[in-house]
Design a protein around this ligand. Structure first.
Ligand code: NAD
Length: 310
């Protein structure tokens, strides 16, 4: 399979490239590294791409010519500006630019050649929930980030109606080696290792379907290889929704030392709970998240320890 991965210098995108190459696929890895607010993370992700023997093709999906991007069997569109907290205030323009305008241009560029397109969306489009969210649920986006993903999904539906074979994957809180430095587990593990407190937003009672990056990559590749009706939407999330305090305790137990935290106000739009209903993804892709939280955290901790040694 010839695959284009956008957002390849990012956390999930770089893992996806590694897995595609390992499975023998031909990969064009695309990113605009200056759009990633974490240059140190970009350097680590780029090093992983280099180890996999894949050069990074620099291309800003908002400003550059995308004529060549559809020349593939599948375009896996992971590029974007993630994160609820950073999408408020001055972050909103960047969020709309990189999640909506970029997606609109990418879908337009794919309209004629019609490669299969996989769009990375987010559980945040669901809003609050007290039961597992299923793909047919109404959307209730509560932040500029969530709204930008809902709008990207709408663009995908529109493209699907015009015959583009596009599939939407709603990722739920992804973690594992090379997790973005703004994300909770990354901050907690670093705090436990170096003793400087990590911010704990809200009361720590938030619950999330934390999903290991290897499982997310597996689901994404299955979606790329499976002929699905255009416009199909699938949850990619672990069926267990775990409390942040519980996760903090597990991190402390795995490291043998508690992560120091400092309380911060809850971020607006940061919902109390996400919870993945995995039924449709199991049915259509034969996928459910396999990695339990302790195993996944152990994998992420090993990576933090390794980079601390370098
Ligand atoms: N990490 C999660 O828990 C999570 C959860 C739900 C959805 N997602 C979605 O998955 C995707 C990947 O997330 P991630 O955590 O790997 O993020 P990331 O920030 O590590 O990677 C995103 C990459 O996209 C690139 N990018 C941004 N704007 C671009 C543009 N205009 N042109 C080209 N490249 C551009 C950035 O430079 C960055 O390297 C995102 O779309 C995100 O919204 C992530």
């Amino acid at each position: 399979m010839r695959a284009v991965v956008t957002g390849a210098a990012g956390f999930i995108g770089s893992h996806l490239v590694e897995a595609l190459v390992a499975a023998g696929h031909e990969v064009l890895a695309v990113d605009a590294p200056e759009r990633n607010p974490a240059p140190a993370a970009v350097a680590e992700n780029r090093a992983a791409l280099a180890r996999a023997g894949v050069p990074l093709t620099e291309c800003d999906l908002v400003t550059d010519d995308l004529a060549g991007i559809a020349d593939a069997d599948v375009v896996l569109h992971l590029a974007g500006r993630p994160g609820v907290r950073g999408s408020w205030g001055t972050g909103e323009a960047d969020t709309l630019r990189d999640n909506v305008t970029a997606t609109e241009r990418l879908l337009t560029a794919c309209a004629a050649a019609r490669p299969r397109v996989i769009l990375a969306s987010s559980s945040s489009v669901y809003g609050e929930t007290s039961r597992p969210s299923v793909e047919g649920d109404g959307l209730d986006p509560r932040s500029p980030y969530a709204r930008s993903k809902a709008e990207a999904e709408r663009l995908a539906r529109e493209a699907a109606a015009h015959g583009l074979p596009v599939v939407v994957l709603r990722y739920f809180s992804v973690y594992g080696p090379r997790q973005r430095p703004d994300m909770a587990f990354h901050r907690f593990i670093e705090a436990a290792l170096n003793g400087s407190p990590a911010p704990l937003y809200g009361d720590g009672g938030q619950r999330r379907s934390f999903t290991f990056v290897g499982d997310v990559v597996d689901a994404t590749i299955r979606a790329a290889r499976t002929p699905l009706p255009p416009g199909t939407v699938l949850n990619v999330g672990h069926p267990v929704s775990t409390g942040l305090h519980d996760a903090l305790e597990r991190i402390g137990a795995l490291l043998g030392t508690a992560a120091p935290t400092v309380p911060k106000d809850a971020a607006p739009g940061d919902v109390a709970r996400t919870w993945a209903g995995p039924g449709r993804t199991a049915e259509l892709l034969g996928w459910t998240a396999r990695t339990g939280l302790d195993d996944g955290l152990a994998g992420q901790i090993a990576w933090h320890r390794e980079r601390a040694r370098v």
